[in-house]
Design a protein around this ligand. Sequence first.
Ligand code: CUA
Length: 458
Amino acid sequence: MQKPSPTLLAFGDIAYQTFSFPHDHMPTLHSTIARCARAAAALAGVVLLAGCDKINFWRMDGHQSTIVVEGPVAREQLDLFIITCWVSLVIFIVVGAVLAYATFKFRARSADDEHAEPPPQGHGNPLIELSLIVASVLALVVIAIPTMKGIWNTYDVPEAERKDAYEVTATGYQWWFKFEYKSETAMTDAKGGKTPLITANELVIPAGRAVRIHLRSFDVIHSFWVPKLGGKVDMIPNRANILYLKADKPGYFWGQCAEYCGDSHAVMRFRVIALDKKEFAEWLEQQAQLGRTVTPSIASTPAPRGQFAALRQFKENEAGITIAYDTEPLKAWRTKQDPEKNEDPALIAQGREVFKKNSCANCHTIRGHDAGGVTAPDLTHFGSRTTLAGGLLENDATQLRRWIHDPLAVKPGNKMHFGVGAMAGYVKKNDSGKGYTRNITLTADDEVALVAYLHSLK
Ligand code: CUA
């Protein structure tokens, strides 16, 4: 059982003191009202806290917190929220006080009052009416000025920083994100051919520098939101929107599509990783290379791999991340940049064959590995990402196999089963509408080999 928080205990204490009073004390009307009010407040507090303790409500620093923010755009949006709260609180107190005063002053004091004439009704007082109008307009102006400023600043990088802004294009697909680094090129063949650098689902940016994100959509309307850094702006087909983001310092941030876009909208996620200048440059250099090739030293059959034999059974909606990654995501990300220690070159080579045989290259790109499909995520450096399936699962062997084994169980409606247009995909719905028929059949061995191959792509 979870330990109750100190705040919860304090509320419990108030509740206890409220209900236990000395017997020789004769309660008056006032003390009874006060006691009831205190009891109600304490009870409400206990109920609220008992529920919220579970979701760290009082820490308010969850992965997608808009209260504990780490960038200037999100900070401005938070300030706006606070200003609106204060204005609302003042209005609430003034209106509440007038209401309480009127209720108390004109209450029925005796049985005679029940049928008495109502007190004189006032209307047509120009001074009061004018003051109320002026006060309302003032309250709206106080909220409107920072609102306009906030909207303005979300939609583009401030003039002063625009020249130095880092430019990225983010495109929403059902249900994943593509990132194109507008000013960076990547090697596409061994002869040194170059195209713009493209990654998927994890956006790596320089910390402390303004980032200008050009928002596009491939299919329906999506929305780009990184709560701790700022947002959200829609990605609309055939429309060029721009979003300004900036991270104060290196960090790892959770992002989310914030516009309903179909079956798997809720699991259309991404990450933003902010790095210092040096580490960012190193990352760019690594990403610009061709997909890593692991060559088996001797032509041999893969080593025995009994440890992978069984596929774990997953419950529906089972979380796909470990605590180690959840608590120290940036550390986990850094670990991912290096090749895995116990690689099996023969198994990796076998996985590459599986990828080739099953036409995965029709949709996915792996630069340097004869795979150039553009409708699904670029996998050239897939092994260096912390997440897969649109940021839903942690990119470890167990979760990758879970995804490859049955993508529809993980992300309902995803295109891995249809491919593009009429192109044969991975699995397709039965004519009966129940269950799915696979176009591609992978054996357990194939799955294990494919996992090893994809994880070798650093
Ligand atoms: Cu994309 Cu919701």
